[in-house]
Design a protein around this ligand. Structure first.
Ligand SMILES: NC(=O)c1ccc[n+]([C@@H]2O[C@H](COP(=O)([O-])OP(=O)(O)OC[C@H]3O[C@@H](n4cnc5c(N)ncnc54)[C@H](OP(=O)(O)O)[C@@H]3O)[C@@H](O)[C@H]2O)c1
Length: 359
């Protein structure tokens, strides 16, 4: 019997999630929540550019929760805590790329209580933060002895990320450098990455415990020197058009874990000049130890801006990582469960090649 999934929001991640659910042999799309009034009442197949699926998009949360689904794939632009609690309290598991990758020293007791009471699981996963930032570094670190540094780094052209709200309001592009470097944007953006760094630190034992580790954030910015077209409109000269964040854990002042993003609106008209280097767009995971190991991920960025704006592989893998987790999350013990709690999870064979778990 297939697990029944409700998709929560149909932005880039949400649309890719629906495709992922449709092609997963153990999953079935049961319902879909939308934020936009104009999408309400539309068939979900139509919303993702396919034939009708017989599932209607709705803004009626009660009706969705009454479906008795197994899992919600929660991917609105921003998390709404009361809404999330309501889903969990209704006895529905949740997988999401928004947050809840790792608790660290934060207080998530209300969500944990809701999970325990309703017997469900909440799991945060994705790509960055998500697999690239902590799951894959932890896996790769097992190949080395005496590890001194772990790095996960993204090099992406953000002109291909077709989420104006996320790019402007969460990633902080197209604003003044002062605005970009300050408060809310940086905190909002950094929370997930910092938690991922902390997961690697805790699991690998850097610093010998919480007291022995310091955390900091290093930021670099470039501004546009000429108008640059971005997903949300034009970035004017003087506004932020490239950003580098390095979220670090340090022992005795030396970095031991780094999660890094290099987000550029192209490689032209930037001050200071900035580029991806000869290796181009990519993700890297590097473990310094005995021996040093470097893994480069290609294929997670689109070949062209046009392709990315329609269907960005980075967004698709974010959705797929969440979708692939669903059967494991539904089967997991109740509570907030991270990569450290769940078993190794895998994708599924294509339908024409079997498309079923062998065990
Ligand atoms: N961890 C990772 O690796 C990772 C990677 C990519 C994205 N993300 C996160 O995933 C989330 C979704 O990203 P996305 O690329 O799909 O963004 P998106 O394309 O902007 O879509 C977000 C969707 O949220 C809904 N929405 C819009 N305004 C809203 C509001 N005020 N309240 C509630 N919902 C609202 C809309 O849904 P409808 O269109 O259905 O109305 C919109 O399409 C973001 O928080 C992003 O940061 C995480």
């Amino acid at each position: 019997m297939a697990y029944r999934v409700i998709q929560w929001a149909t932005g880039g991640v949400g649309r890719a999630a629906i495709e992922g659910v449709l092609s997963h042999p153990e999953l079935e799309l049961a319902g879909c929540w939308v934020h936009s009034a104009e999408k309400e009442g539309k068939d979900v197949g139509t919303l993702i550019g396919r034939d009708p699926l017989g599932v209607t998009a709705t803004r009626d949360i009660d009706a969705l929760l009454a479906l008795g689904a197994d899992c919600v794939f929660y991917s609105p632009v921003m998390a709404n805590k009361p809404e999330l609690l309501r889903i969990l309290e209704a006895g529905v598991n949740v997988v999401t790329p928004l947050n809840w990758f790792y608790r660290g020293d934060r207080n998530w007791q209300d969500l944990e209580d809701a999970c325990q009471k309703a017997g469900v699981t909440l799991h945060g996963t994705g790509i960055h933060p998500g697999g690239i930032t902590e799951r894959f570094p932890l896996m790769v670190s097992a190949l080395s002895a005496g590890v001194t540094h772990v790095r996960a780094e993204e090099f992406s052209d953000l002109r291909t990320y077709n989420s104006p709200d996320v790019v402007r309001h969460i990633m902080g592009f197209g604003v003044s450098p002062e605005e970009a470097m300050a408060g809310p944007i940086v905190d909002l953006l950094g929370a997930g990455f910092k938690a991922s760094v902390r997961m690697v630190v805790d699991e690998m034992g850097f610093g010998g415990g919480a007291e022995g580790v310091d955390y900091d954030t290093v930021q670099e910015i470039a501004v546009a020197t000429a108008p640059i077209e971005a997903p949300f409109g034009t970035i004017e000269p003087g506004q932020v058009a490239a950003r580098r964040f390095e979220w670090r854990a340090l022992v005795d002042g030396t970095p031991v874990v780094s999660a890094v993003v290099n987000w550029l609106m192209g490689e032209e008209h930037l001050d200071p000049a900035w580029g991806f280097g000869p290796a181009g767009e990519r993700f890297e995971v590097e473990v310094t130890g005995d021996p040093d190991v470097l893994l480069t991920f290609k294929g997670l960025q689109p070949e062209s801006i046009e392709e990315g704006l329609v269907r960005n592989p980075g967004i698709v893998v974010t959705a797929n990582h969440c979708v692939s987790a669903i059967p494991y999350v539904v089967a997991a013990e109740p509570g907030i469960r991270t990569y450290l709690d769940l078993p190794l999870l895998a994708g599924r064979a294509a339908p024409h090649l079997g498309g079923r778990r062998s065990s």
